[in-house]
Structures are given as C-alpha cells and as structure tokens.
Design a protein around this ligand. Structure first.
Ligand SMILES: *[C@@H]1O[C@H](CO)[C@@H](O)[C@H](O)[C@H]1NC(C)=O
Ligand SMILES: *[C@@H]1O[C@H](CO)[C@@H](O)[C@H](O)[C@H]1NC(C)=O
Ligand SMILES: *[C@@H]1O[C@H](CO)[C@@H](O)[C@H](O)[C@H]1NC(C)=O
Ligand SMILES: *[C@@H]1O[C@H](CO)[C@@H](O)[C@H](O)[C@H]1NC(C)=O
Ligand SMILES: *[C@@H]1O[C@H](CO)[C@@H](O)[C@H](O)[C@H]1NC(C)=O
Ligand SMILES: *[C@@H]1O[C@H](CO)[C@@H](O)[C@H](O)[C@H]1NC(C)=O
Ligand SMILES: *[C@@H]1O[C@H](CO)[C@@H](O)[C@H](O)[C@H]1NC(C)=O
Ligand SMILES: *[C@@H]1O[C@H](CO)[C@@H](O)[C@H](O)[C@H]1NC(C)=O
Ligand SMILES: *[C@@H]1O[C@H](CO)[C@@H](O)[C@H](O)[C@H]1NC(C)=O
Ligand SMILES: *[C@@H]1O[C@H](CO)[C@@H](O)[C@H](O)[C@H]1NC(C)=O
Ligand SMILES: *[C@@H]1O[C@H](CO)[C@@H](O)[C@H](O)[C@H]1NC(C)=O
Ligand SMILES: *[C@@H]1O[C@H](CO)[C@@H](O)[C@H](O)[C@H]1NC(C)=O
Length: 548
C-alpha cells in the first residue's frame, strides 16, 4: 500500500514535474517596454499569460494616475484600450498578474506624438532677384494639445531648395509647455535661376525606436523670384531696312517676372504711335517712308517698377516722292529781278537732285545748294526750260518749268528810207528794230500838230506815202511792251519837189540805247535794204521777211 502510495506519489511528482516544466506561468505585455502612440488614435495594450488557468489581471499607472482607457479581461489575457489616445496616456503602464499567489508584473512606457498638419512656409513679401530673400518654415507646437506637434523636443525642421538642404534645426532640450511656434528661417541672395525652384520645408520627428508613418511632413512652394526687366531688345522683322509698302513687325523682347508692361515711342515724334500696338508687338502693315526713325520700347516690371529701354533704327526705303519744282517769285520775272529755282523731294536713301537748264539742245547742269539755284539778276539769257531730276536707287522722276524773263525794249534801231530829207512826192519808210521780251509794240506820232496823227505800223515798218511839205516835222516813235518803253525822236524834212527818181542811199539813224543785253532780231539792214533797192522792190518788209 505504502509501496503503492509511494509509486503513486512518485507518478504524481513526475506528472507535476512534467506539468511544471511544460506549463510554467509566464506573462508578457504587448507591445513590450515602450510604445509611441499618436494622439487621437487607438492604442491597445495587451497583457498575455501562459501557464495559468485563471490569472488575476490588474492595470495601473505609475503614481496611480487614471488609466485613461478601458480594461477588458479574457481568460488568459487582458487588454487596456485607449481610444482615443490623449495626453493623459503619456505614462508608464504596469500589468500585474496573480496566478495561484504567484505574482508577476511588467511595465510598458507609453510615449505620445502628434503630427497632425503640414508645416507652413512663408517668404518675404516680394522676392526680388539680387536682394535678400528670407524663407521661414513654421510648425505650431503646443505640448499636450492634440492638434500640434508633440513632442516638440524631438522635432527637426529642414529647409530645402530642390534637393539641396539650406538649413536645418532641431529643438532638442526645448521642453516648453507653453504654446510655441517652432520656426526655421533662412536668408539668401535671390538669383534669377531660383525662379520656379521648389522650396520645401520638412518637419521631422526624431524619436528613437519609433515606427510609424509619417515620420515627416513637408510643404513646398515654388519660388516666384521677381526679376528684370533685363536683356531687352527689339527684334525687327523682316529687318531694320525695309521697302515702302511692305509690312514691318517690331517685337520688344525682354526678360521679366512678372511679365513687363511695354510702351512704344518713336524718337522725336510728338504723338504716341498710332500703329497697331499689342503689348510687345508693334506692327505696321504697309510701311511708309515716313515710318523711318528710331523706335523705342520701354518696359516696366509692374512689381519692382524697374524699367529698361531698347531702341532700333528703322529705315523704310522709297523712291523719290513728293517732288516739287518751284520758281520764286514767279516763273515770269522782269529782267534784273532775283529768281530762286528750288527742287525738293523726299525718299530713302537720300534723293539726288540735279537741276539742268535746257535751251534748244544746249544742256547746262547748274550748281545747286540744297536743291536751290539762285539767279541774282535775271537776264534774258536766263530764260528757258529748267528741269529737275530726282534720283535714288529705287527710281527717278523729273519736273520742268519754263522761266520767262521779260525785257523792256532796248537796243532800238531806227532806219529812215530813203532819208530824213526827201522831196515832195516821195515815200518815206521808217523801219524800227528792237530787242525785247515779249515783242514790243510801236506807235509813231507827229508832234506839234493840232490833232495827233498816229500812223499805222506793219511789222515794225511805218510808211509815209507821197509826202508833202506838211509832213515835215518831229515824229515820236514810242516802242513799248508790258515791262517798259522807249521813245525815239525822228525829224523829217520834206524839201523841194521830186525830180527824177535817183539812186538814194539809205541812211541809218541809230539812237543810242544804253540798255543791257538783248538778242538780235533784226540786223544788217543796210545790206538788205540796199539789195532790195537794187532789185527795184522797195519793200524793206519783204527784205526783212526774207532774212528773218
Ligand atoms: C498569448 O500568448 C500565447 C502564447 O505565446 C499566444 O498563443 C496567444 O495568441 C497570446 N494571446 C494574445 C491575446 O496575444
Ligand atoms: C484578484 O485580486 C484582487 C486583489 O489583488 C482581489 O481583490 C480579487 O478578488 C481577485 N479576483 C479573483 C477573481 O480572484
Ligand atoms: C476571450 O477570448 C476568446 C478567445 O480569444 C474570445 O472568443 C472571447 O470573446 C473573449 N472574451 C472577452 C470577454 O473578451
Ligand atoms: C510702383 O509704382 C506704383 C505707382 O507709381 C506704386 O504704387 C508702387 O508702390 C511702386 N512700387 C515700388 C516697388 O516702388
Ligand atoms: C540694322 O541691322 C544691322 C544688323 O542686322 C546693323 O548692322 C545695322 O547697324 C542696323 N541699322 C540700323 C540703322 O540700326
Ligand atoms: C510734300 O512736301 C511738302 C513740302 O516739303 C510738305 O508740306 C508736304 O506735307 C509733303 N507731302 C507729303 C505727302 O509728304
Ligand atoms: C530713270 O528710271 C528709268 C526707268 O524708270 C530708267 O530707265 C532710267 O535709267 C532712270 N534714270 C536714272 C538717271 O536713274
Ligand atoms: C510810193 O508808193 C506807191 C504805192 O506803193 C507807189 O505807187 C509809188 O510809185 C511810190 N512813189 C515813189 C516816188 O516811189
Ligand atoms: C501824189 O501827189 C501828187 C500831187 O501832189 C498827185 O498828183 C498824185 O496822184 C499823188 N499820188 C498818190 C499815190 O497819192
Ligand atoms: C498844207 O497845209 C496847209 C495848211 O494847213 C494847207 O493849206 C495845204 O493845203 C496843205 N498842203 C497839202 C499839199 O496838203
Ligand atoms: C545792245 O547795245 C549795247 C550797247 O549799245 C551793246 O553792248 C549790246 O551788245 C547790244 N546788244 C545786242 C543784243 O545787240
Ligand atoms: C509781218 O512779218 C511776218 C513775218 O516776218 C509776216 O508773216 C507777216 O505777213 C508780215 N505782215 C505784213 C502785214 O506784212
């Protein structure tokens, strides 16, 4: 029996041993040792046991603060559910399990974090190239408030330009319980190429052993660097040298952010440009040579008010145009007057002006000054056709004018046939020649007569037929035209009677005339008249007609 008992107890011991060895009481807390929980989320701590049929669980915090969660006990494990996790859960939790008087406990440290929103980037009001730009990154950090970054002392703020880190800052040891904005600022000299580059602010939580997403949050902005205007120039299409009638397009090219406002001007032009201006393009559909000149485009950056100018010289080529040929005071002047012949034209390139005088086939090129030719004292030889030729490489044109120089009667020659002393019954012929322009008229009057006798004139020839003594006397020959007159006195004496027609030589009575140049119209009368006489035909007129 004892033996049996001993056997039995041996067996029980073995079984117990086996039981103890296989099913030893153990416990664990999940997660173990430490957990970092995000404020607002749900955190479940599990206290699990093995090897205990009826474990007695209890949860408490260090210093016995409220648990801040709900405990659910199951047979072999217990959970502590914190939903949502709040600042009061920042604590050490201890799970105690009692199993048949055996007591085991383990603790877990609950740390908290909050990272609910992205950081905010701010920049200086207007970013201007060449000036200092400051970029500020802010994270609002209030400890123990759900919507802020916590724990702020583990925060790192990073400022990046594209992939390049500009600046970074950690806030270790900065355990402030007050509301605080964690900022990082970086200043740099803004360059043109920075425009459009991405500035990123990264807020990073650096907690050892932390395993959650996101560990970092970031915000980016594209730099809007104001610059310019710079490198401004005008592009002329098809070019700065164009032909009249063609279209012309001027484009003002500039580099500016924001886009520059463009103003067009023309140098020395009184009014603003009337052509089609659309921002930076000025178009002239049909260029006129008067469109030549300096065009200026002025650009202004609306943010910085900086301006820049560019200009281009446009030459619109054209054949001679608007040609004029004027004679001052008139194309018909009196001898001795001053005359100005002037030729003007416009055209590009500069119009060459040639003034020529044409008399018959004789062409004389005159020396002009600015297209002007001055005759100080006009003479009959200056009369004639004047022609102005306007030439440039795109064409030519000519104008002409007839200059008339009026000359009063001069170099008057009076011939009396057969002589001033004739016999009764003879015929007296008075031939007068003169030089004038226009041709002169003549009147022959007998003076000291009760009634004035005006003798008819035919082609400068007066004839007194069958003279009597009564014809003796003084005769006045008035030679005149519209610009002057000249009077000659002729004494006729009728003596005795005509006996026989004899050979009579004509006598020339030349009255001196002190007037200037004239063109001979009637000349060499002696020979002609003599010839006429010899031929028995007394008509001097006829003779003259033959000659002229
Ligand atoms: C408790 O531990 C056992 C053994 O390790 C395991 O099988 C069981 O899933 C755990 N229970 C919980 C709730 O973790
Ligand atoms: C568990 O233990 C506590 C004291 O530690 C006791 O008050 C309680 O009654 C026990 N519960 C059970 C079911 O044994
Ligand atoms: C206890 O755990 C079992 C199995 O894991 C489960 O079916 C049961 O619902 C749990 N009871 C409680 C009160 O959690
Ligand atoms: C630019 O000019 C405008 C108008 O004259 C003015 O209102 C503005 O303040 C100026 N801006 C700067 C940056 O000078
Ligand atoms: C016209 O443009 C050419 C080059 O394209 C330049 O050499 C010339 O000086 C310009 N002429 C004027 C009048 O601007
Ligand atoms: C022609 O020239 C005159 C004098 O030079 C000027 O007054 C006139 O406006 C011009 N006409 C044109 C069409 O250019
Ligand atoms: C004037 O133009 C005509 C054709 O229009 C040409 O034949 C002539 O040679 C030109 N004269 C001059 C002097 O250029
Ligand atoms: C004078 O003229 C008339 C008419 O022509 C002529 O008949 C006459 O013979 C002339 N007398 C002299 C003397 O020649
Ligand atoms: C000329 O006069 C004479 C006498 O005086 C006269 O006989 C003669 O007919 C006159 N001749 C003419 C043409 O008048
Ligand atoms: C000449 O004049 C006088 C006086 O006037 C006159 O009486 C006479 O008849 C005239 N003689 C001739 C020939 O006409
Ligand atoms: C007119 O007379 C003047 C002097 O009497 C002389 O020098 C000049 O050559 C004459 N003119 C002509 C056209 O015969
Ligand atoms: C005057 O002279 C012109 C040309 O010399 C001649 O044609 C005309 O017939 C003459 N007149 C008279 C009335 O003889």
């Amino acid at each position: 029996m004892l033996k049996q008992m001993g056997r039995t107890s041996q067996t029980v011991l073995i079984i117990l041993y086996v039981l103890i060895t296989v099913k030893a009481f153990e416990m664990e807390v999940i997660p173990a040792v430490r957990v970092v929980a995000r404020i607002g989320e749900t955190l479940i701590l599990t206290c699990n046991t093995t090897g205990c049929a009826l474990p007695n669980f209890s949860w408490r915090t260090q210093m016995d603060y409220p648990l801040g969660g709900k405990v659910y006990n199951n047979k072999t494990y217990s959970t502590l559910t914190m939903s949502p996790v709040s600042a009061e859960n920042y604590n050490d939790y201890l799970c105690t399990v009692i199993c048949d008087k055996e007591k085991k406990e383990k603790s877990v440290k609950v740390e908290l974090y909050s990272f609910p929103s992205d950081p905010v980037i701010e920049t200086t009001a207007s970013l201007v190239v060449g000036e200092t730009a400051t970029v500020i990154c802010k994270v609002h950090a209030v400890i123990f408030e759900v919507h802020d970054v916590f724990p702020a002392d583990h925060l790192e703020l990073l400022l990046k330009k594209e992939e390049h880190i500009l600046h970074s800052k950690t806030f270790e040891g900065d355990i402030s319980t007050k509301t605080e904005t964690k900022t990082v600022a970086y200043s740099f000299n803004l360059a043109t190429e920075d425009n459009g580059k991405e500035i990123t602010c990264v807020a990073r939580l650096q907690i050892a052993g932390m395993d959650f997403e996101p560990k970092e949050r970031s915000t980016s902005l594209k730099l809007n660097a104001n610059f310019g205007p710079q490198n401004t120039f005008i592009n002329a299409s098809p070019g700065n040298l164009s032909m009249e009638g063609h279209s012309l397009k001027l484009t003002c090219v500039t580099e500016s952010n924001p886009p520059a406002q463009v103003f067009w001007r023309k140098h020395l032009a009184k009014e603003t440009i009337q052509h089609f201006v659309e921002n930076n393009v000025l178009s002239i559909p049909h260029a006129h040579f008067t469109d030549s000149g300096q065009y200026i485009c002025e650009v202004i950056n609306p943010v910085t008010n900086k301006t820049e100018k560019a200009s281009v010289n446009i030459v619109i080529q054209a054949p001679p145009k608007n040609t004029t040929l004027t004679v001052f005071p008139s194309s018909s002047v009196k001898e001795g007057e001053s005359v100005i012949i002037s030729c003007t034209a416009t055209g590009v390139p500069t119009v060459q002006i040639i003034l020529e005088k044409k008399i018959g086939d004789v062409i004389t090129t005159l020396k002009t000054e600015d297209g002007k030719y001055t005759i100080d004292k006009a003479q009959l030889k200056d009369a004639g056709k004047y022609e102005c030729t306007f030439t440039n490489k795109f064409g030519n044109h000519s104008l002409d004018v007839e200059l008339d120089v009026k000359v009063p009667p001069q170099n008057i020659t009076v011939l009396v046939y057969p002589s001033e002393n004739v016999k009764e019954g003879e015929n007296i012929t008075i031939v007068c020649s003169t030089y004038s322009n226009p041709p002169s008229q003549m009147i022959l009057k007998k003076v000291n007569q009760e009634r004035e006798i005006i003798l008819p004139v035919v082609n400068g020839t007066f004839t007194l037929y069958n003279v009597t003594k009564n014809d003796t006397g003084r005769y006045l020959l008035d030679v005149f035209n519209e610009v002057g007159n000249n009077i000659k006195v002729i004494e006729i004496a009728v003596v005795g009677k005509l006996e026989k027609p004899d050979q009579i030589l004509p006598l020339i009575i030349a009255f001196s005339c002190v007037t200037a140049v004239a063109i001979p119209v009637v000349a060499i009368l002696i020979y002609v008249s003599r010839k006429a006489k010899i031929n028995g035909s007394y008509s001097l007129v006829k003779a003259l007609r033959l000659k002229v």
